[in-house]
Design a binder for this molecule. Structure first.
Ligand code: HEM
Length: 155
């Protein structure tokens, strides 16, 4: 069945998205604060981060179409009283993640057009920080009160 494979992929990709996002934030804040020149590696980390986020977006959209939790949500429209998981995955998770990825994409393309190196670091730092906050808040961490999912999922 394709569902467990996509769920596994979506779970694992979350770590790559978070890892690259933290690396991009490290490069942008350190560059901004030290006023060093913007190097090709800084651009590469930013491109890698947005590419991984776009891949996660596509996998997430596909998962949305096959998830039994989402289909239950749209069939019965349960409220938060029944289980917070249904409205969380039916509405909240995907919407906030989508907004986070749009914010990061806008930031990365804005930074690309800027010529001042410090400005470029600053733009990446600000937009990617907003992205990290939204993503961090929307992940169904094992300790999350809305929906709890494992740190790592086996196949
Ligand atoms: C950076 C973006 C995203 C991250 C980091 C992320 C992360 C996660 C994680 C960690 C899970 C739990 C997986 C598991 O049960 O092992 C999950 C579940 C899910 N995600 Fe995402 N997600 C992202 C974007 C999206 C988007 C854009 C959508 C759809 C519009 C989406 C739809 C779903 C659905 C439907 C589930 C639950 C599936 C189920 O249990 O049946 N995700 N996500």
């Amino acid at each position: 069945m394709v569902y467990p494979i996509i769920l596994f992929l979506h779970n694992a990709l979350r770590w790559l998205v978070l890892g690259s996002l933290l690396a991009a934030l490290f490069s942008s804040y350190s560059g901004w604060l030290s006023s060093r020149p913007y190097r090709p590696l800084d651009r590469a980390v930013s491109v890698l981060t947005t590419s991984l986020a776009h891949t996660q977006l596509l996998v997430g959209l596909y998962l949305y179409t096959i998830s039994p939790i989402v289909s239950y949500y749209w069939t019965y429209k349960p409220g938060f009283g029944e289980s917070t998981e249904f409205p969380f995955f039916g509405l909240i998770h995907g919407s906030l993640m989508f907004i986070a990825i749009v914010v990061m994409t806008v930031g990365a393309s804005k930074a690309k057009r800027q010529t001042d190196h410090r400005q470029r670091f600053r733009t990446t730092a600000v937009y990617f920080t907003i992205g990290l906050l939204l993503i961090g808040l929307s992940i169904p961490w094992p300790f999350s009160p809305l929906a709890s999912r494992p740190w790592i999922r086996g196949l």
